[in-house]
Design a protein around this ligand. Structure first.
Ligand SMILES: [Zn+2]
Length: 67
């Protein structure tokens, strides 16, 4: 058995497109982490349907059940 260092999971930042590795502060929210830093998180200017500051009410209708 090879002796290895513990391998930390990695993800690709949606902000800068660079891979980043697991951090302890993300232990509880790792599955939701998408950016390597707050800076990248805030730079997501091209997120569709998401507007910071204003709360839009999307005209996406909920599932209509007929009957
Ligand atoms: Zn980033």
């Amino acid at each position: 058995m090879a002796h290895r260092k513990p391998h930390l999971p990695t993800k690709t930042c949606e902000g800068c497109g660079r891979p980043f590795s697991w951090r302890r502060k993300w232990a509880l929210v790792w599955s939701e982490v998408k950016w390597c830093s707050d800076r990248c998180r805030r730079s997501k200017a091209r997120a569709p349907g998401t507007t910071a500051g204003g709360r839009h009410s999307p005209s996406a209708p909920a599932a209509v059940v007929r009957g």
